[in-house]
Write a protein that binds this ligand. Structure first.
Ligand code: NAD
Length: 259
């Protein structure tokens, strides 16, 4: 089967890393279902890509709602007849010390970043296993292998996704389906740069000094990762060449976790 017949579904595809991954799949010839709960951004991304002549489909889906996730998978199959790649990317950050962290916020973040991935795999598995082919890529983080003060929900979800990845990889190992976690370090996205103003204020430095003073001391390569690098790695994991890679936490972090 050629890439041109392959179908990919990406959650959280209306922004940042998810958008870039989805657009790289399009450029590689995949048919792509862009899924997100932000209708306005999703509509914009879909129309921009259709204007460029790409075949893509948008599905509004809040991954914390099982019915939405079920519908997203069904829509992909209805639209394109199969499902080859699922990227569980939707996520968000909230920073607070545990004693001040609202419990409902903690639960919601786990629902989005871990239960959402679980339900998507649950509905994708029967289709992929029947096809005897599938690639599932869960977007983890360096926060899945090391702790960060203030990020209890995010770290819990990103550690949990590695456990889910291993179990799912084992359950699909004899079906031609691989399951991996792609774990980025600091990626150059609006989400990361958006934190610079607060970081500068709390440390009494300028926004321009944040990279050198706050982040680079922890990043051996002294640079942010380009979103293209994440997309390239995900595209490799999604390819037929990567059939032997399964159950892995694939770190792309400019050396962050090797210290
Ligand atoms: N930016 C980084 O440096 C970085 C580093 C490591 C991991 N990650 C991970 O990459 C993924 C994407 O992050 P990003 O930086 O592109 O963020 P982003 O905010 O640019 O994009 C996240 C997307 O997820 C969507 N989303 C949020 N909650 C949702 C829900 N309940 N249902 C459906 N969609 C939902 C948002 O609408 C948005 O379009 C996340 O899982 C994040 O944890 C990011």
């Amino acid at each position: 089967m050629t890439k041109h017949e392959r179908v990919a579904v990406v959650t959280g595809a209306a922004s940042g890393i998810g958008r870039k991954i989805s657009e790289e799949f399009l450029r590689e010839g995949y048919k792509v279902v862009f899924s997100d709960f932000n209708k306005e951004n999703l509509d914009k991304v879909i129309s921009e890509n259709r204007e460029k002549g790409f075949e893509c489909h948008g599905v509004i889906c809040d991954v914390s709602k099982e019915e939405d996730v079920k519908n997203m998978i069904e829509e992909a199959v209805k639209q394109y007849g199969r499902l080859d790649v699922l990227v569980n990317n939707a996520g968000l950050q909230y920073v607070s010390l545990i004693e001040n962290f609202p419990t409902d916020k903690f639960e919601k973040m786990l629902q989005i970043m871990i239960t959402g991935a679980f339900t998507a795999i649950k509905y994708a598995f029967p289709i992929m296993k029947a096809q005897k082919y599938g690639r599932i890529i869960n977007i983890g983080s360096i926060n899945g292998v090391i702790g960060f003060a203030g990020k209890s929900a995010y770290n819990s979800a990103k550690h949990a996704i590695l456990g889910l990845t291993k179990v799912a990889a084992l359950e699909a190992a004899d079906s031609g389906v691989t399951v991996n976690a792609m774990c980025p370090g600091y990626v150059d996205t609006p989400l990361v740069r958006g934190q610079f103003a607060d970081l500068a204020k709390t440390r009494g430095i300028t926004e321009e000094e944040v990279l050198e003073a706050v982040l680079y001391p922890f990043i051996p390569q002294k640079r942010l990762i380009d979103v293209q690098e994440i997309a390239d790695y995900v595209l490799f994991l999604a390819s037929e060449k990567a059939k032997g890679v399964t159950g892995q936490a694939c770190l792309l972090d400019a050396g962050y976790t090797c210290q």
